[in-house]
Design a protein around this ligand. Structure first.
Ligand SMILES: C[S@@+](CC[C@H](N)C(=O)[O-])C[C@H]1O[C@@H](n2cnc3c(N)ncnc32)[C@H](O)[C@@H]1O
Length: 206
């Protein structure tokens, strides 16, 4: 019963109001405890997306893993176009309901391993990718997502990949070493670095 109510609550706009306040508590506790190997709080992820969008002047955001659409909510007025891909049909319906009046927000249903390559074929400008579609550290479409982005003819994309701690050889994720080698071979000229558990891949300045 309690979990049903929690899910219902996440489908409301009130959820985003609550999140906008609770992220500060989450951030303060992360700052105070600073547990090594822990994920970053949502506020840090939001700020990193804003920083890279501004630094590289990117107008299109592509997110994998919509979840209950809080990243969409936070960025709804900050990008010209936003695409978000979610596997779970229920979450897709919920996000589409929330942003029904927004013609710049596109929520796509399906496995990002398949949907992202299809979406890429329609993208004509550099984008900011927030790659965060996964079932914890149990399954991830990251390899297929990277294959598709690295082959894309448009240069100047910025990739932010959440949960760097899982690129450690104990999960289906590639290791950081494998990711660095793949990037050097297939996406030359790009910097790859980790900050606050987020992997950042962007074109190196000469
Ligand atoms: C950590 S949540 C995403 C959080 C959200 N991006 C944010 O920043 O607030 C991960 C989401 O990815 C979805 N997911 C899992 N596997 C996926 C896949 N193969 N393709 C697309 N979405 C997937 C899950 O259903 C879940 O909603």
């Amino acid at each position: 019963m309690a979990s049903k109510l929690r899910y219902k609550f996440r489908e409301t706009q009130l959820f985003h109001f609550y999140k906008s306040i609770s992220v500060w508590g989450e951030y303060a506790s992360w700052k105070l405890r600073h547990v090594r190997g822990a994920g970053a709080p949502h506020l840090v992820k939001q700020r990193m997306i804003a920083e890279f969008a501004s630094r590289f002047n990117l107008q299109t955001l592509v997110e994998t893993g919509t979840n209950y659409a809080h990243m969409l909510y936070v960025n709804k007025d900050k990008f010209r176009e936003i695409y978000s891909i979610e596997l779970d049909e229920h979450r897709v319906r919920s996000a589409r309901r929330k942003f029904a009046s927004r013609t710049n927000i596109h929520v796509l249903q399906g496995d990002s391993a398949k949907v992202l390559p299809q979406l890429l074929s329609s993208l004509k400008e550099p984008c900011l990718f927030w790659l965060d579609g996964h079932d914890f550290d149990i399954s991830t479409p990251i390899k297929q997502e990277l294959d598709a982005i690295y082959k894309h003819p448009i240069r100047g994309h910025v990739l932010l990949i959440d949960d760097a701690r899982w690129f450690d050889g104990r999960t289906p994720y590639p290791t950081m070493q494998q990711l660095r080698e793949k990037t050097a071979h297939e996406y030359p000229g790009h910097t790859i670095e980790v900050k606050d558990d987020i992997i950042r891949i962007y074109i190196s300045r000469r």
